[in-house]
Design a protein around this ligand. Structure first.
Ligand code: PGA
Length: 269
């Protein structure tokens, strides 16, 4: 079996006041260090994505200045948990009341940003071209975009899932993309019914082909995550799939033990 470093992303969504966020961040920080110690270079790379208001708070708790000074290029190998946001505006600065730019996210210490989540596509009318432009602007600011895509139940039932995700790749992923794709079937998000391993393997192939078609050989280097009702129960099977490089976790990322159990499984995959 090939040895690949898995990526585990916690999407807190609209959860987290100061005290709860601090407790979660501390718990994950300590757990990640223990996993790095126990699992070494196999330990998963972990990214926490709190709401905008908690980015600085969480960043302060995640950064260990002593360890960073000793191991600056560790990229998580030292158990350093990284910070991500859940959205950004397409512009850098300007008269956009209520918006936050990628440059501002980078300034808080974030290294990643989730884009095109179905809760933004559906709840805020975000279309593929906007997601693509946001991803380009995130890369320009030095962030790693995590572009989400996935089909609805109706599209799945009518045999349109492959066409849907392929078109989302073509339209939402900018040229020269260096980032992560998260396949999140909408019917599996927050429902407690994760996709089966067969479902995931079946859709991962056309996603990978669309990435190759769109980006050329670079498409092979894009990491592909699965998201949608991931818990410690399903995680080991999903993370053991060759086609999958990690998971995007919503609900279970709000519970330290569950999230760390998923991260542990990722280090064993
Ligand atoms: P869930 O959310 O794990 O609660 O299903 C996943 C997501 O929306 O990213």
């Amino acid at each position: 079996m090939t040895m690949r470093r898995r990526l585990v992303v916690g999407n807190w969504k609209m959860h987290g006041l100061c005290a709860q966020s601090a407790a979660l961040a501390r718990g994950v920080r300590e757990g990640a260090r223990a996993l790095a110690h126990a699992q070494g270079s196999r330990a998963a790379e972990i990214v926490l994505c709190p709401p905008f208001t908690q980015l600085s708070n969480v960043h302060r708790l995640l950064v260990d200045h002593t360890e960073q000074a000793v191991e600056p290029a560790g990229e998580g190998a030292s158990g350093q948990v990284r910070l991500g946001a859940q959205d950004c505006h397409v512009g850098s600065f300007g008269a956009y009341t209520g918006d936050v730019s990628a440059a501002m996210l980078a300034d808080t210490g974030a290294s990643h940003v989730i884009l095109g989540h179905s809760e933004r596509r559906l709840g805020h009318g975000e279309i593929d071209s906007l997601v693509r432009d946001k991803a380009a602007s995130a890369m320009e600011a030095g962030l790693t975009p995590i572009i989400c895509l996935g089909e609805t139940q109706k599209e799945r039932d009518s045999g349109q899932a492959t066409a849907r995700v392929s078109s989302q790749i073509m339209r939402s992923v900018p040229d020269g993309f260096s980032g992560v794709i998260a396949y999140e079937p909408i019917w599996a998000i927050g429902t407690g019914a994760a996709a089966t391993l067969d479902d995931i393997v079946a859709i991962a192939a056309p996603i990978r082909s669309a990435l190759r078609e769109h980006l050329g050989p670079a498409g092979d280097g894009v990491r592909l995550l699965y998201g949608g009702s991931v818990t410690p129960k399903e995680a080991p099977g999903i993370l053991a799939l060759d086609a999958i490089d990690g998971v995007l976790v919503g609900g279970a990322s709000l519970q330290i033990e569950k999230f760390l159990a998923i991260a542990e499984a990722a280090g064993q995959a």
